[in-house]
Ligand binder design. Structure first.
Ligand SMILES: Cc1cc2nc3c(=O)[nH]c(=O)nc-3n(C[C@H](O)[C@H](O)[C@H](O)COP(=O)(O)OP(=O)(O)OC[C@H]3O[C@@H](n4cnc5c(N)ncnc54)[C@H](O)[C@@H]3O)c2cc1C
Length: 424
């Protein structure tokens, strides 16, 4: 196993249950990315009750709260101890190659030979920065969300945050409240209320089955895997963090950053359409919840349906901005994340450098994945998604080691009627 985040640990627990001898190689400490790659004020956007891992869950008295980063670290550390995971910390995997006996794994602390490898090394190792970044004037400080920690880290002055999903909106909110003028470049995004009909949106996603949707039941899974994260934040007051909440505190919205020429940023003219589309998708999602509540007879147990007001966009948002005139001191890339497989010497990468796989079973025998977005289910990259995936993939892995015919577990027939992703 490569990686001791929650996904690697969940898989470790499932392998131990099947008496499969294994080791978890971790370049840092358990929960390394939560220690090194998250901003200080971040809280989970999933409620406490939803951090369910095989054999472990929330036991405190605030199931509806949202964990801080130190609390997430303690939670994952606690899991590793509870399941006695065989973790080798400070062990960086520098190369994985396939050979006749399986896989040869090189690390900074010696080599391993094994029959199977699970890549649980994370889906968010590198910032996914658009090529236009090369044209940003040198006078501007640039920072991916992954390296953002707090407002004090930034120069005084204006900030352009590029990307309006969970990371971008949360960082824009914090920086505007620090006294800086924030401009937010808004591309495709998914708006969502924090609470709907008195319940957390994540409760609805879970109860109505949206989180459990299978990769093989979705029409265009490649597209579904590119859908950005919901615009959400975990806050003590459980408030909604959408574009209206940001413009209320003074954030200025601009369109998607389409290009930079001679130090001038060009923003797409589609801001209005983007926001209208996002409102439409949100309402479609809420319709799904309402239909589910009606069918399941829970209508009477929750508040009546309601809708948020449409996203407000000014009549003529600016289409350009001089990045060299001092308005902007810092640009933050909140344009997403991607995995890093630069050390993977196995012929299984596609032209974008991603591992070719079917629901986490790589296109080469004995290699598995964990934790990727919509890998087996919509919730695959969430803490709550690791359990089901680890159980199914460890079954496959056990069969593979035994020399039995291993097949990828597919959605039950009744769920296999392919449909369009409600968020795509
Ligand atoms: C900003 C942000 C907020 C998020 N908020 C939530 C949330 O609210 N709720 C939720 O459920 N999910 C959330 N997620 C998604 C997800 O839960 C996290 O990304 C989580 O860290 C993924 O867990 P993982 O175990 O798959 O990967 P990681 O936690 O990234 O763990 C991978 C491990 O592999 C190690 N590793 C990588 N390469 C190597 C190597 N070559 N050799 C050895 N070790 C290696 C890393 O050090 C790391 O410890 C969030 C993600 C981000 C980026």
């Amino acid at each position: 196993m490569i990686g001791a985040g929650h996904a690697g640990l969940a898989m470790s627990r499932c392998l131990a249950e099947r008496s499969i001898d294994h080791v978890v190689l971790e370049r840092g400490e358990v929960a390394n990315t939560w220690r090194k790659e998250r901003w200080n004020s971040l809280r989970l956007l999933t409620p406490n009750w939803q951090s369910r891992l095989p054999g472990f869950g929330y036991s405190g008295d605030d199931p509806d709260g949202y964990r801080t980063v130190p609390e997430v670290i303690r939670f994952i550390e606690g899991y590793a101890k509870t399941i006695s995971a065989p973790v080798e910390t400070n062990t960086q995997v520098t190369s994985v190659r396939n050979n006749d006996a399986g896989y040869h794994v090189q690390t900074n602390r010696g080599d391993w030979q094994c029959r199977a490898v699970v890549l649980a090394s994370g889906a968010c190792n590198l910032p996914d920065i658009p090529t236009v970044a090369d044209a940003v004037p040198l006078s501007i400080d640039r920072l991916p969300a992954q390296f953002y920690r707090n407002p004090a880290q930034l120069a005084d002055g204006g900030v352009l945050v590029v990307g309006a999903s969970a990371s971008g909106t949360q960082i824009a909110h914090e920086l505007q409240r620090s006294g800086r003028q924030v401009y937010l470049a808004v591309g495709e995004h998914i708006r969502a209320p924090r609470l709907y009909r008195g319940k957390d949106i994540q409760w609805w996603m879970d109860a109505a089955g949206v989180h459990h949707e299978r990769y093989d039941a979705i029409d265009d899974i490649a597209r579904a895997r590119r859908v950005p994260s919901l615009q959400l934040a975990g806050t003590v007051d459980r408030s909604t963090l959408d574009l209206n909440a940001l413009t209320d505190i003074g954030v200025k919205l601009v369109g998607r950053l389409a290009g930079i020429a001679n130090g001038k940023a060009q923003f797409a003219g589609s801001l209005r359409n983007m926001c209208a589309l996002s409102d439409l998708k949100m309402n479609r999602l809420l319709d799904t919840f309402d239909a589910w509540a009606r069918e399941r007879g829970v209508d009477g147990t929750v508040a009546p349906p309601h809708r948020l007001p449409p996203t407000r966009v000014e009549d003529a948002p600016p289409l350009g901005m001089d990045l060299a005139d001092g308005t902007i001191e810092t640009l933050i890339w909140a344009t997403g994340y991607r995995p890093d497989y630069s050390w993977l010497g196995v012929p299984v990468l596609d032209r974008k450098g991603m591992v070719r796989h079917d629901g986490g079973v790589a296109d080469i025998p004995g290699l598995y994945l964990m934790g990727l977005h919509f890998m087996r289910r919509r919730k695959s990259s969430l803490i709550d998604g690791a359990g089901d995936d680890a159980r199914e993939l460890s079954d496959h892995l056990a069969a593979y080691l035994d020399g039995r015919t291993a097949t990828v577990a597919h959605a039950p027939v009744r769920e296999r009627q392919r449909h369009q992703d409600v968020l795509a």
